[in-house]
Design a protein around this ligand. Structure first.
Ligand code: HEC
Ligand code: HEC
Length: 376
C-alpha cells in the first residue's frame, strides 16, 4: 500500500463509478452501458503517444540507432557471446521464453527476464524497483558477473578505439564523452522505442466496437469488476500497472531462501515477497509468467488468482479467492490477448567492424596461453 500511488485511487474511483450501479441494482445493465467502445470514462487506458524521457536525453534517430547497436552487440560481453537481446529477445516479446534467465556461461539466475516493452513508461525498473530510470539500469547487466560480465572501463576503451562506434557516438551525443553515461543514454533511447500502445483493445477504447470480440469485452468487465477479477486494482490504466509492489502468495515465497523482493529495498513487512506489478501489454507473447517463472500459461496465472494465491502469509490485501465462472475465465484470457500490439518487423543493426571487447585483452598474450585461459 505504501508503494501504491494515487493512480490506485483514480482506478478505484473509476471502478466504483462503473460498477456501483451494478452492486446497487444487482444487475449488469447500467454497468454494461459504461463498458462500451469509445466511452469517455475509459480514455485513461490510452497511453501517451510518446513516453517521457529525462532532461538531456531527448530521443532522436542517431541516439536510437546507436542504442540499437549497443543493445544487439554481443561483443560487449565478457565472453563476446551475450547481448541485451540474448535475454530481451524480440522473438519472445523482448523476453527469453525461459522460467528464469540464463546468465554468464549459462548459469540459471533467480528471476525471470521481464520484457522491455513499455519499460519507458515505468516509474521504477526491475522486479524489486531498485533502479530509477532506464539510464540508471543500462550498465547493470553489462557489469554483472552473472550476466554479461564486462568491465565498463574496458568497454569504454574499446568503444573509443572502434571507428564505427566513434562516429555513431559523435552523431548521437556531439561534444559528450564516449563513456558509460552516454552508452546508457543511447541504450535507454532505443528502449523508449519498444512500445505497445496500439492493440485491438486500444482501437476499441478509441471507439471501434468491432475491434474486440464479445468475449474480450466481457473479459475486460471481469478484469475491472472488483467483485469478479479485481485485476485493475493493481493492473491500472494506462499501462496495466500501478508501479507498486505486491505479494501474490506464489508458492516459492515459502521456500527457505525465498526471494525477499521489494523488502530488500524497503524493509517493511508488507514488502516481504512483494514484486513489481508488470505491464500486461503484449503479455500473451512473454510466457512463462511471474518473477519466478512458475506459471507456464495465462490460464495458470488466472488459476493462481482464482485460488487467491497459494501461500496466504503476508498476502496483498487485494488478493482474495475469486468467484468467477469457467466462461469468465476464458473471456479474461481472451481479453489479455487483445492487449497484443500488431506484429512489427524488428530492425536489426549492422554492427561496426572489430572483434569482441575481450579480444583486446587477449591479443597481447601468446597464442598458447590464450588457449589455456580459454579452457579454464
Ligand atoms: C542474462 C540475461 C539478461 C541480460 C544479458 C540482460 N538482461 Fe535485462 N533483465 C534480466 C533480468 C533477469 C531482469 C530482472 C532482474 C531483477 O529484477 O532483479 C532484467 C531487467 C531489465 C530491465 C528492467 C525491466 C523492468 O520491467 O523492470 C531492463 C530495462 C533491462 N533488463 C534492460 C537490459 C539491457 C539494456 C541489457 C543490456 C545492457 C540487459 N537488460 C541485459 C535479464 C537480462
Ligand atoms: C494485488 C495486486 C494484483 C492483482 C489484484 C492482480 N495482479 Fe496480476 N500481477 C501483480 C504482480 C505484483 C505481479 C508480479 C508478481 C510476481 O511475479 O511475483 C503480477 C503478474 C501478473 C501476470 C504475469 C505477468 C508477467 O509478465 O509475468 C499476469 C498475466 C497477471 N498478473 C494478470 C492478472 C489478472 C488477469 C488479474 C485479475 C484476475 C490480476 N493480475 C490481478 C499484481 C496483481
Amino acid at each position: 500500500m505504501v508503494e501504491t500511488r494515487c493512480k490506485f485511487w483514480r482506478a478505484t474511483t473509476l471502478a466504483a463509478v462503473l460498477f456501483l450501479p451494478v452492486w446497487v441494482h444487482a444487475e449488469r445493465s447500467i454497468g454494461d452501458i459504461s463498458i462500451v467502445a469509445g466511452h469517455p470514462g475509459l480514455q485513461e487506458w490510452l497511453l501517451p503517444d510518446r513516453p517521457p524521457y529525462p532532461e538531456g536525453n531527448k530521443p532522436n534517430a542517431a541516439r536510437v540507432s546507436l542504442g540499437r547497436m549497443l543493445f544487439f552487440d554481443p561483443r560487449l560481453s565478457g565472453d563476446g557471446n551475450m547481448s541485451c537481446a540474448t535475454c530481451h529477445n524480440p522473438m519472445f516479446g523482448w523476453s527469453d521464453g525461459l522460467p528464469t534467465a540464463r546468465g554468464f556461461q549459462s548459469q540459471v539466475l533467480g528471476r525471470a527476464t521481464p520484457t522491455i516493452i513499455n519499460t519507458a513508461y515505468n516509474e521504477l525498473q526491475m522486479w524489486d524497483g531498485r533502479k530509477h530510470s532506464l539510464e540508471d539500469q543500462a550498465m547493470g547487466p553489462l557489469e554483472a558477473g552473472v550476466e554479461m560480465n564486462m568491465l565498463v572501463d574496458e568497454l569504454v576503451d574499446w568503444l573509443q578505439g572502434n571507428k564505427g562506434y566513434r562516429s555513431a557516438f559523435a552523431l548521437a551525443y556531439p561534444g559528450e564523452e564516449i563513456d558509460g553515461t552516454t552508452a546508457s543514454k543511447a541504450i535507454a533511447s532505443f528502449e523508449r522505442t519498444i512500445v505497445s500502445r496500439d492493440s485491438l483493445f486500444d482501437a476499441w477504447v478509441r471507439g471501434d466496437p468491432s475491434a474486440m470480440t464479445a468475449a474480450q469485452v466481457n473479459g475486460f468487465k471481469v478484469f475491472l469488476d472488483p467483485g469478479k477479477g479485481n485485476c485493475a486494482a493493481c493492473h491500472q490504466a494506462p499501462n496495466f500497472t500501478d508501479d507498486g509492489f505486491h505479494n501474490l502468495g506464489l508458492s516459492s515465497s515459502s521456500d527457505e531462501e525465498a526471494d525477499p523482493g521489494r523488502y530488500a529495498q524497503k524493509p517493511i513487512r508488507l514488502m516481504q515477497g512483494a514484486f513489481k506489478t508488470p505491464t500486461l501489454r503484449d503479455v500473451a507473447r512473454t510466457a512463462p509468467y511471474f518473477h519466478d517463472g512458475s506459471a507456464a500459461t495465462l490460464a495458470e496465472v488466472v488459476d493462481h488468482y482464482v485460488r487467491g494465491g497459494d501461500v496466504k502469509d503476508n498476502l496483498s490485501p487485494n488478493m482474495k479467492v475469486l468467484s468467477i465462472t469457467d466462461e469468465e475465465k476464458h473471456d479474461l484470457i481472451a481479453f489479455l490477448h487483445a492487449l497484443n500490439s500488431p506484429e512489427q518487423a524488428t530492425v536489426l543493426p549492422t554492427l561496426p567492424e572489430g572483434g569482441p571487447v575481450s579480444w583486446a585483452a587477449w591479443r597481447p598474450q601468446p597464442k598458447k596461453d590464450r588457449a589455456v585461459a580459454h579452457n579454464e
